[in-house]
Design a protein around this ligand. Structure first.
Ligand code: NAD
Length: 481
């Protein structure tokens, strides 16, 4: 078994408790690594290391352009080690190597993009309405940032926060998911080898209550950037409000993927299948509600089922595998329980509906790609986030009904529209309550495009130029002349 310690102030060390917990390989269902179980005392050490780096270190003295160049070097180091990082994440998370290596190869772009922005953060001279003053603004790093990440895409979702925070000059303490800590620890050690000064980024591994909660509460943490479930996000938001802290919340979704009868059905069917079954349905933007216009409903369902049947399951490290395991045992049980809920609600099972017992799935936590049709949008299977390979198909007659169903959700993260009518596409993108709407494509993301949710899918936007502002405070200076 591999052992992972905490990474604080550029050094590996045990937690103050001296305890470890197991991290599991979802393909074998067995532990493969032992990870230090951090505590509030470790959080305190890590936050102080980050605060020292913020106020009195090579990092705090660095010019913005030097910081930008450093971010470029960090990007190069990640690029040179992307296959290695991908392998760790495949082991810990069960993500497909093919998908994961594409993801780690793309991550450097965030460091190049935000590295390029570091020396473009400017203040302004204000043409004041009063005489006798010279007035200007400056931008300063918000302070120590607490980053809390989920298990489904550990490095990518960390990068969205970290690259922008570093560009702004902040320092950071990361609390990765207890299910997938390994890649984050390797990633941060790699950044330090590439020249990131000690203490700028620290990692405390462990559980939500024992590490995450004290991190949110720590008085020296001035911003919390969180990705995870809405239940935890709501708790963190309330806790951060208690300490008057900035907070960014990237939460869950129940995204509608809407197929009209004038769509290119080949593309739409592909988009529907990959929209839900990619990453085994464990993405916040999974197209888990497939809305299909009545006139093409039966044909689309038949083709979606046929295509989904061909999905090859098995070892995520095998480049031919298309659907891997569910990442944790709890999540596996949760997905199976939602299948039972859908059955009891009267949804019609059109594919799957059980744990996968194919020989190539071994003892891993696999669930067969599952499709329910005849789903009522008010049912639990259509309203609650399953976060697994379960698709709910809902029929609609016209545009107005599609919009009403799409928006009848407490979430609003992603949405897809498949149509050849561009006027309809504009109407739909305007009417759908969602942070992102994709037309004739699905799940595309870029470091340049803001990403985030409306309604209970979250607060704030990551990616794009304006994300740096989340990590800055404006100071207004008045000089009496
Ligand atoms: P989770 O909320 O259970 O855990 C997320 C992180 O919060 C973990 O590191 C966990 O240890 C920590 N945590 C738990 N309790 C805490 C507490 N009281 N205080 C502080 N930290 C605490 O979520 P998860 O199961 O790891 O991730 C899946 C969820 O993440 C899904 O709902 C998914 O939709 C969401 N997600 C959202 C996005 C997005 O960008 N909107 C992206 C990916 C995943």
């Amino acid at each position: 078994m591999q052992t992972y310690q905490l990474r604080i102030n550029g050094r590996w060390r045990d937690s103050s408790t001296g305890e470890f917990f197991d991290s599991y390989d979802p393909f074998t269902g067995k532990p493969w690594a032992s990870v230090a179980r951090g505590s509030a005392a470790d959080v305190d050490d890590a936050v102080h290391a980050a605060h020292d780096a913020l106020t009195n270190s090579a990092w705090s003295q660095m010019t913005a352009s030097a910081r930008g160049k450093l971010l470029h070097r960090l990007g190069d180091a990640i690029a040179a080690n992307s296959a290695e990082l991908a392998r760790t994440e495949v082991r810990d998370n069960g993500k497909l190597f093919a998908e994961m290596s594409a993801q780690t190869a793309y991550i450097p772009e965030w460091f190049y993009y935000y590295g390029g922005l570091a020396d473009k953060i400017e203040g302004s001279v204000v043409p004041l309405d009063k005489k006798g003053y010279f007035a200007y603004t400056t931008s300063a790093p918000v302070g120590v940032v607490g980053i809390i990440t989920p298990w489904n895409s550990p490095l990518l979702l960390l990068t969205w926060k970290l690259a922008a925070a570093l560009a702004a000059g902040c320092t950071v303490v990361i609390k990765p998911s207890e299910h997938t800590s390994a890649s984050t620890l390797e990633f941060v050690a790699l950044l330090e080898e590439a020249g990131l000064p000690a203490g700028v980024v620290n990692v405390v591994t462990g559980f939500g209550q024992e590490v995450g909660s004290p991190l949110v509460d720590h008085p020296l943490v001035r911003r919390v950037s969180f990705t995870g479930s809405d239940a935890t996000g709501s708790r963190i938001g309330a806790q951060a409000a208690g300490g008057i802290k900035h907070v960014g919340l990237e939460l869950g979704g129940k995204s509608p993927n809407i197929i009209f009868d004038d769509a290119d059905l080949d593309a739409a069917v592909n988009g529907a299948v990959s929209g839900i079954f990619a990453a085994t349905g464990q993405t916040c933007i999974a197209g888990s509600r497939l809305l299909v216009q009545s006139s093409v409903h039966d044909e689309v369902v038949r083709r979606v089922v046929e295509l989904s049947k061909t999905a090859r399951m098995g070892d995520p490290a095998d480049p031919d595998t298309q659907v891997g395991p569910v990442t944790t045992r709890d999540q596996y049980e949760k997905v199976l329980s939602y299948i039972e809920i859908a059955r009891s609600e009267g949804a019609q099972l059109s594919l799957g509906g059980a744990a996968a017992t194919r020989p190539e799935c071994g003892d891993g936590w696999f669930v067969e790609p599952t499709i329910f049709t005849g789903v009522d949008n008010s049912s639990r299977i259509a309203q609650e986030e399953v976060f697994g390979p379960v698709l709910s198909v809902i029929r609609f007659d016209d545009e107005a009904e599609a919009i009403a169903i799409a928006n009848d959700s407490r979430y609003g993260l992603g949405a897809g529209v498949w149509t050849s009518d561009m006027a309809r596409a504009f109407r739909m993108t305007a009417a759908i309550e969602s942070g992102t709407v994709w037309v004739n494509t699905y799940r595309a993301v870029s470091y340049m495009m803001p990403f985030g949710g409306v309604k209970e899918s979250g607060l704030g936007r990551e990616n794009g130029i304006s994300a740096v502002d989340d990590y800055l405070e404006t100071k207004s200076v008045w000089i009496n002349t």
